[in-house]
Every structure is written in C-alpha cells, then in structure tokens.
Design a protein around this ligand. Sequence first.
Ligand code: G3P
Ligand code: MG
Length: 244
Amino acid sequence: MSELINFAHRGAAGHRPENTMVSFQYALELGATGIETDVQMTRDGHLVLIHDESLQRTTGSPAWVKDVTLEELRLLEAGSWYDEKYRGERIPTLEELLELVRQAGRRVVLNLELKNGLIQYPELERKMIDAVRAFGLSEQTVISSFNHYSLVECKALAPEIKTGILYMEGLYEPWKYAGSIGAEALHAIQYAVRPEFVAEATAHGVAYHPFTVNEIHEMTALIQAGVAGIITDYPDRLAGLLSN
Ligand code: G3P
Ligand code: MG
C-alpha cells in the first residue's frame, strides 16, 4: 500500500489557496508523494497554474487567462480570496512548480492537467512537454485532460510521458479505451470507480487515480480496491492512512 501515490489536488487545497506555491510546498510538508495542478496559457504563450479559465474567482480580475500577458497576470494577487494571511501569493508559472519538484529531495510525481476543454490553447501540449523534459521530469509526470484528443497529441509528441484519461462517469470498460489511446492511467471521478473495475484495469496494466477524494472512508475503500493513486485536497489524511 505504501506505493500508492498521494496526489495533492491543486496542492494542499484543503489547507491553502489552491494552485499557489504555498499550497504546493505545504502539500510536500504534509507527505504528498504527488502534486496535481491545472495548466493554462497566457496571451503571450506562458504556461501558468490556475484552475479556472477566468481570473475572477481567485484574483478578482474579470479578465481571462488567455487575454492577459504573463507580466499582467503576475501583478494579480491570488491568496487573499482564501484567507487574508495568504495575501501576496501569485499565480505560479509551470516552471516554478517544476523547480520545486526537482529540488524536493525525494521523488514527487507530477500530475499536469491541461485545461483545454473550453479553450484550445495553441501549442499547449508541446510547450508543456518541452518544459517537463527540460527539467528532467518526464519519468515522474502524468499528463491528464478531459480533452482526450489532447492526450493523443501528447502521447505522439512524448511517448515516454504517461497520460491519464480524465472522466466524470459511465465510461464503458475504460481500461480498453485507455489501451486504444496509449494512456497509462484513468483519472476518474471517484463515484465512477468500482472495485471490479480496478481489478480489470490493473490486470490490463492501467492505473486508477480517482479524484477528488477527501473523506477518510472514501480513501479507505479505494485503497482496499487497489487503486494506484488518489487525488485529494487533504494529503495529510491520506498520508495518515497509508502510514498505518
Ligand atoms: O485532475 C483531477 C481534478 O483536478 C479534475 O477536476 O476540476 O478539479 O480540475 P478539476
Ligand atoms: Mg485539476
């Protein structure tokens, strides 16, 4: 069980403002062995870590990520919406997180979720892969997306980097589908996961990494089912379970 990957969702989003450097750093302090984050692109082509296409919810700016430059985006403040004590946090660049993981001093698995369902960011896949390779993190990265065409493109560009199929419900025999597009993992909403599915997927060499699993009883059931990883806002809770 100890090899199960403890993916911190948007960092330690249950304790810190999501997708900020303090959230990623705290996730590592809490024992996360993986970090999930969301990747979008600025108008001038820089990859940045933010869940929403709009800047409104976490910074108060009405603009969209795709319409601002990196310089403009970096002036925004992305911590105080969560708690005043995190005022001053910025939206990180992908490179900042890659550097944190490279310097972690232990193996941390990266789950880079491409947010390209609503918006087709030009060259998003290639730019992300170039960055992961430049930091030497290909072996410890899983690229995921709800846009499965994008996963196919990533696999063609970088066969050595794992891909994970994000889906919400009812995908029929997803381990077969995963095989058909070369994906190594299923990033399913937890309610779409059954123990017999996990057994089938595992037998086909496909890993389940369900999201977003925050309750202890849910984590326990998925651990017993044999999932390979769990994506959670509370990596501390999962770390506690796994250490027992
Ligand atoms: O990658 C798992 C999860 O983050 C997918 O949903 O909306 O939280 O990005 P969302
Ligand atoms: Mg995500």
